[in-house]
Design a protein around this ligand. Structure first.
Ligand code: SF4
Length: 269
């Protein structure tokens, strides 16, 4: 029996399929629940604080204001349905808040937010390409000095090695593509702001990068359809296994995918 093909693709789903097809299946097709993680909560908190910061009038976007935004972001995120189960309290919560505060301080080493003219924050965009719905959330869309569009994505992890950098920028080209499809204008610049370093990685979308993205999405979609048809999603052991929530059902770790919660019923076991 063929598996149901997912209805849409996002940058994280594309990356997940390329990193490990079996993990993609557990997450995007079987929809197995994944426990919340502290790094994901920290990333969400810092994103929320920066969103709040950029909602302030330009001249009020100071480092002190960013820390005030962080206080609200901590309540919003750690109290949310998704992250409340982490139950961070006491010293754990203090350490979490201190690390998020440090990332926000470092953000000011990359840019001066008083000079940013954001026209969209946490912007949800989707477009259909060749029968595939592409879906993504742009952290920030802004107008540059000459009225050009700039797409910005905040990163709270480390800068990837050169080998992985192309893949990460591929994610931002994805946003550039969505922007052009939905708003009718191609961004002049796309940038990843790695707050921990702090450093910005910048690229300019071109006809070539957009065509490359279309080809890549088409190829991945075909591969996903083929894998669903054949029920063939293979594990790809690597460094991501250390953080994978699905180890218990992964053959690499002695597990059986058919025994994953929900899977047993799906395969009629
Ligand atoms: S443990 Fe590793 S190989 Fe197995 S599903 Fe997760 S990422 Fe893939």
């Amino acid at each position: 029996m063929a598996l149901a093909v997912p209805t849409s693709l996002s940058p994280s789903k594309v990356a997940s399929f390329r990193d490990c097809a079996l993990a993609f299946r557990f997450s995007a097709i079987d929809r197995l629940p994944e426990p919340p993680s502290v790094p994901a909560a920290k990333g969400t908190t810092v994103h929320r604080a920066l969103e709040l910061l950029h909602c302030l009038p330009a001249d009020e976007r100071t480092p002190d204001a960013a820390q005030a935004c962080l206080a609200q972001a901590l309540d919003d995120v750690l109290g949310s349905e998704e992250y409340a189960p982490l139950a961070l309290a006491g010293e754990q919560r203090e350490a979490f808040a201190a690390e998020a505060a440090d990332l926000l301080r470092r953000y000011f080493g990359i840019e001066d937010p008083r000079r940013i003219e954001a026209i969209g924050l946490e912007l949800k965009l989707e477009a259909e390409v060749g029968g595939v719905v592409l879906r993504g959330i742009i952290d920030r869309l802004e107008l540059g000095p000459d009225g050009e569009l700039i797409v910005t994505d905040y990163k709270t992890g480390r800068v990837p090695s050169e080998r992985f950098e192309h893949g990460r920028l591929g994610g931002v080209h994805f946003y550039a593509y969505l922007c052009e499809a939905v708003l009718g204008r191609r961004p002049a610049k796309i940038q990843l702001l790695y707050l921990a370093e702090p450093v910005a990685i910048v690229a300019e979308p071109s006809d070539q990068s957009i065509r490359g993205l279309e080809k890549k999405v088409g190829a991945i979609w075909s591969a996903v359809e083929r894998a669903c048809e054949r029920e063939d999603f293979r594990p790809n052991p690597g460094r991501l296994c250390d953080w994978c929530s699905f180890q218990a059902w992964c053959p690499t770790f002695g597990g059986d995918p058919a025994q994953a919660p929900g899977r047993a019923q799906l395969v009629g076991l």
